[in-house]
Write a protein that binds this ligand. Sequence first.
Ligand SMILES: NC(=O)c1ccc[n+]([C@@H]2O[C@H](COP(=O)([O-])OP(=O)(O)OC[C@H]3O[C@@H](n4cnc5c(N)ncnc54)[C@H](O)[C@@H]3O)[C@@H](O)[C@H]2O)c1
Length: 459
Amino acid sequence: MKITVGVEGLVDRVRSKDAVCGVVGLGYVGLPLAYELARAGYRVLGFDISERTVRQVNGGESHIRDVSSAALAEVVGPSGLEATTDMSRLAECDTISICVPTPLSKTRDPDVSYVASAASAIAAALRAGQLVVLESTTYPGTTRDLVLPLLERSGLKVGVDFYLCFSPERVDPGNPTWHTVNTPKVIGGITPACLEAGRALYSQVIERVVPVSSTEAAELTKLLENTFRSINIALVNEMAQVADRLGVDVWEVIDAAATKPFGFMKFVPGPGIGGHCIPLDPYYLVWKMKTLDYKTRMVELAGEINAEMPRFVVNKVQDGLNRHRRSVSGSRILVLGVAYKRDIDDIRESPALDVVRLLAERGAELRYHDPYVPVLEEDGVRRTSVELTDEELAAADCVVITTDHSVIDYERVVRLARLVVDTRNATRGLEGGDVVGLGGHGVEAGSGAAAPTLAAAGS
Ligand SMILES: NC(=O)c1ccc[n+]([C@@H]2O[C@H](COP(=O)([O-])OP(=O)(O)OC[C@H]3O[C@@H](n4cnc5c(N)ncnc54)[C@H](O)[C@@H]3O)[C@@H](O)[C@H]2O)c1
């Protein structure tokens, strides 16, 4: 006979901290969540298919910068966080949060195979009274149309025997202010009982939980947030190109616009978009809407504009070198920063990789420095980060600032480099040097090697 456990029993176990919490996928999202659950007093089982990750976590060694090894070591142990590759142990968990990757295929279609495989593993161990929460970013309908049928193959019924929610992760790696605990968390359940169970869990570790009426609403909330960013970044990236042609400093314009106390939100241009979210997530929506015979025009256009930015940067390098009577081919170019944003080590979808590839294709003698990325393996080529010595800076025909890591001394870069292409406004306010920004640097065509005004001196 099937045993049915009411939601009250689960909520009680969660509130009394007797519940065992499972986290599937111990990456940028899963490890901080597992850590916070353990810190809140739960016994936590972390599941990963990577033996290496499991070994590292159990050894108190963190591979995610947002959780220090010292902090992780404090919660690792049989009564705190324990990592495993043994998926049959999912049966030990009262709650299971799924934090596996949701990449795109080569044709830019959603690849939900990791979610499907995690859900199948959970289905094989599913028992009455468990809560399952999908956190991976995905298209609206994934929780109900993909995960739910896999779980119900067990013969158990959602909302009665087990509970299923979607709650998008909003982690912003490297953000010193907003982290797992103080970032409000949206959650939607398949049934009201599912939502109740999900709210009970997350309100133990997250300061504010925001319930919505369905899993689809929660899924679309995440896509709205990231599409909003993609479109606004595309707008300022286009504005950089507009300002460039007008000979206006785009950074000055953005800072001036940002003094408006209402109706404007500041976004800044750059070499393109990177990371596991902004370049990918909007295509989950594009794909879903295609199945409903709707073309998401703004979303796709924003993706195109952002994807073209590395070429714009390379054109800036080419123009700058021309003024020095040099070609890209044969020039020694130092790329400064390959991570997709400041002060992190994540290179996924980093626009700097496109800049590196495009310059290498044009015959540049390419070198890079990134304090957080010692080795870069792309397109079968292995490069190692060079030391940022005075000699290295002086020997480069051009230094391209693609990531504005805060540990870099940009005054030294500007002073020693012959030519700097600054895509991040990192050299703002610095005097001297030949610095080219992304928008309106004020060099007249054919004006020789005269130093242009600092585009980056916007603020
Ligand atoms: N990284 C971010 O900043 C961020 C922010 C918000 C949302 N997200 C979303 O969160 C999800 C996870 O992203 P991430 O950056 O943490 O990914 P990640 O690659 O850092 O981590 C995923 C982990 O899942 C493991 N894994 C893969 N398949 C598995 C399986 N079947 N069972 C168990 N473990 C498995 C991998 O080995 C890896 O350790 C994605 O959907 C992503 O879009 C990421």
